[in-house]
Structure formats: C-alpha cells, structure tokens
Design a protein around this ligand. Sequence first.
Ligand SMILES: [Zn+2]
Length: 194
Amino acid sequence: MKFCSECGHRVEKRVAADDPIPRFRCTHCHYVHYQNPKILVSCYATWEDKVLWIRRGTEPFKGKWAAPSGFMEENETLVEAAARELYEETRARVDMDKMSLHMVGNLTQMNQVYIVFHAPLLSPEFATTPEAEEARLLTLDEFPFDDFAFPEVVENVSLFYRDIQNQHFNVYLGTLKNGVNQVIQNDDSHLHRL
Ligand SMILES: [Zn+2]
C-alpha cells in the first residue's frame, strides 16, 4: 500500500506509541489502514473412497494438484463459499446440508485462515474449467504426493484419507508457521496434539 484510500496522500508503515504492530498510517489524515488475515475456504468433495482434486489452471502453482478453494466473499457463509468455489472450479455439486468441518488452519506467513469442509458429491460429475486444467477423483494410492501444490501441508491430505478409511471424520486445527506444519485433533471435549 502506497496511498491512503481515504484522502489519497502517502501512507507509511510504522508503529505508534499505543500500538506495537507496524501499520500503514496516513501521513495526512492519520487514518490507520488495518490489515487482517483473509479467509480461504476449501471443500473436499468425496465419492466412495475418492476425493476430487484439481490441477491448478492459474498461478501460483499452475499445473500442480490442489483442492478446489478460494477466498470467501462478503455476505456469504463459510459453507456457501466452499460450495461456490467447488462449483466454480470443477462444476461439481454437493449437498450443503451434508457439509462437515474438516480443518481450521492458520496459514500464518500467507496471512490467511484456512477452513476446509468435506461433503459427498451429489453425483460423480465434474469438469475442467479455466481454474482447473484437470479434475479427478483420486484414491489415496492415486494421489500425486510429489506434485501437490502445497507440500508444507501435505500431511493434511493423508489425514483426510485416513478419516475416509476409518469412516470417522475428525476435526483438526492446523498451524503452518515458519515453514512448519502442526496439526492438532479435536476430541469430543478438547484439542490434543497428534
Ligand atoms: Zn489519508
């Protein structure tokens, strides 16, 4: 950010006496431009023991495999956002009433919060789109671990396939910070480290 959206004058990033976090502050009207994490949503769409993955059609990581995902829009719920992104990227549909929470994650370096749902596909029908140059339902054995767009969090993929195999779906808290991914499982009553 270079200019103030309130008055058009230059901003500078600095701390203030009452706020130790460096923020963009207007040099003219003194407006403080707070910047907070964005919310990224995904839906793991399942069919039997398979999960729908895409080969990304856009940068970053074009050509690498990932889950259909994108940023939440204003005036949208988390579940609506996850279903919308799934449809936009793959034309696949899920029953929003059957969507379950899989993971809430901190992507600290990217300044994002990641929320992953899972839901069974209404039918095994999907398509390629400008955002997905390929879309495929893959079993664990077929998953391209060496070609995944986000190797830092690839263990999250294994966790989900494990839940499919066990037919017991847990909820996880993930934290990717300083290149290290940690996942904590939510039990009935509390969080515990895996
Ligand atoms: Zn200003």
